[in-house]
Design a protein around this ligand. Structure first.
Ligand code: OOG
Ligand code: NI
Length: 442
């Protein structure tokens, strides 16, 4: 998909080069960071790190998408309501969930479902529904192979290769809109996103996002390479110890399209490139503090319309968020993965009969804890990314209404609670250290 997107959107290739250059320079200059990434086994995955995004039109499309992602070991995690930010979609992220799978390749797809019920014009809503009902976004073979994988519990090597080829077709760009120019304009009038989802044959991948180690450097470098960057970096401010997720993007390109029904020429703005910098996952308490501090600077409603002194106000507000690993751990604000540093030392303490005490073992330098990477998304940031790529200052408003149950009904499954996943991951690492400690006594 990355190769396909690079040929479809050459500027994405430029973005990948830029990120590779910055990551190399950052690692050369920052031995501590290199060590941290090595300890977390993250250096290996840096180059394959990506996320992408698609927007679906119907419950059936979402349900089938879930089945297809499941074949690839990707599961729905988290619920994101974007209606509060004036974007008529709700979403989840499909991603690997086990520590081993994440280490191997953490690719995620932010997957939105259009909420036609938020379109006020009943006639237009019915028309959009009828158009969506007629389309088939998956090739028959992709669905066949999915059913096969479900029955057999997997695919053969040859089937897997074919499966990837078939599924990639779903995310391809179609410069031909399936509707007339007039219908497109009506859909666009309801919301640009409605036009983007309803007017085309399938859910073209609308961006791919490599991981950078220095997003501020990347943001500064974009204009130097002729890329039109969005105004502000979303998420927390720059810190010594990165938390959650910081994101920026280049603005969506205006691309020529043809309206199949009447042969008219037009243009459509949907596809862009994004860069992300990931930091540590926060506990519920940490996340609550993040949300509270961010809300003081920026609301969902204000997403995408940040003022000039935004980054100063953001930095000032986040003075209240500890930027010291010991404090973050001791105050239970972030998640950590524990590991044994000195197995012999650990065995000696265990043999002495001392009760298992993680903090004491850490103080003796026998075990260590490093932050767990945040693998998910942030609703206010996502809203900002959506807004900056919808072009113009357009901001619709909808009565905010999260509808997780309706989303899960469409999906055909519940979404996982992302914070519970980090909790499990942290706990599993503690249990492994404890088991090693206990093994000495057996
Ligand atoms: C998705 C925007 C959200 C992110 O990284 O937060 C997103 C979209 O534009 O479809 O990708
Ligand atoms: Ni994104």
């Amino acid at each position: 998909m990355s190769a396909m997107y690079k040929t479809e959107v050459p500027q994405y290739g430029t973005l990948l080069d830029l990120v590779a250059d910055i990551n190399r320079a950052t690692l050369e200059q920052d031995a501590a960071l290199r060590g941290e990434l090595e300890a977390g086994d993250e250096l290996r995955r840096l180059d394959v790190e990506r996320h992408g995004a698609i927007r679906l039109g119907t419950a059936q499309e979402l349900a089938d998408m879930r089945r297809i992602f499941r074949v690839m070991g990707m599961f729905p995690v988290g619920y994101y309501d974007l209606s509060v930010a004036g974007v008529p979609v709700h979403a989840t992220a499909f991603r690997p969930v086990s520590d081993a799978a994440l280490r191997n390749n953490p690719f995620r797809v932010f997957t939105s479902l259009l909420r036609l019920e938020l379109i006020a014009d009943a006639a237009l809503r019915a028309q959009a529904e009828a158009i969506l009902a007629r389309r088939a976004i998956f090739t028959p073979r992709a669905l066949e192979l999915t059913a096969l994988a479900e029955e057999a519990g997997g695919l053969t090597e040859a089937q897997a290769v074919e499966f990837v080829q078939e599924v990639t077709q779903t995310f391809r760009w179609h410069s031909e809109a399936t509707v007339s120019h007039a219908t497109y304009r009506q859909l666009h009038g309801a919301h640009r996103l409605v036009a983007d989802v309803v007017s085309f044959k399938g859910p073209h991948i609308n961006h791919l996002t490599p991981r950078t180690l220095d997003i501020d450097a990347a943001q500064a470098e974009m204009p130097r390479r002729g890329i039109a960057a969005k105004e502000v970096v979303e998420g927390p401010p720059r810190r010594k110890h990165a938390i959650l997720l910081r994101q920026t993007s280049f603005k969506a390109l205006e691309e020529p399209i043809v309206f199949a029904e009447d042969g008219a020429d037009g243009s459509h703005t949907a596809r862009f490139g994004e860069i992300e910098q990931r930091g540590m996952a926060l506990t519920r308490a940490g996340r609550a503090l993040y949300d509270q501090l961010l809300a003081g600077v920026r609301s969902m409603q204000g997403a995408g319309s940040a003022s000039a002194d935004y980054s100063e106000r953001l930095a000032a507000a986040f003075q209240a968020f500890p930027d010291d690993l010991d404090q973050l751990r001791e105050r239970g604000l972030a998640f950590f993965r524990w590991r044994v540093l000195d197995a012999d030392g650990l065995a000696r303490v265990a043999a002495s009969g001392a009760a298992f005490d993680l903090q004491a073992l850490r103080a003796q330098g026998l075990v260590a804890a490093s932050p767990i990477v945040y693998e998910d998304f942030l609703p206010v940031s996502a809203a900002g990314i959506f807004q900056s790529n919808l072009g113009g200052a357009e901001q619709k408003s909808y009565a905010a209404n999260a509808a997780q149950e309706a989303f899960e009904a469409a999906l055909g499954a519940p979404v996982a609670d992302e914070i519970a996943l980090y909790e499990q991951s942290q706990q599993a690492s503690v249990d492994a250290v404890r088991a090693q400690y206990a093994a000495v006594l057996n």
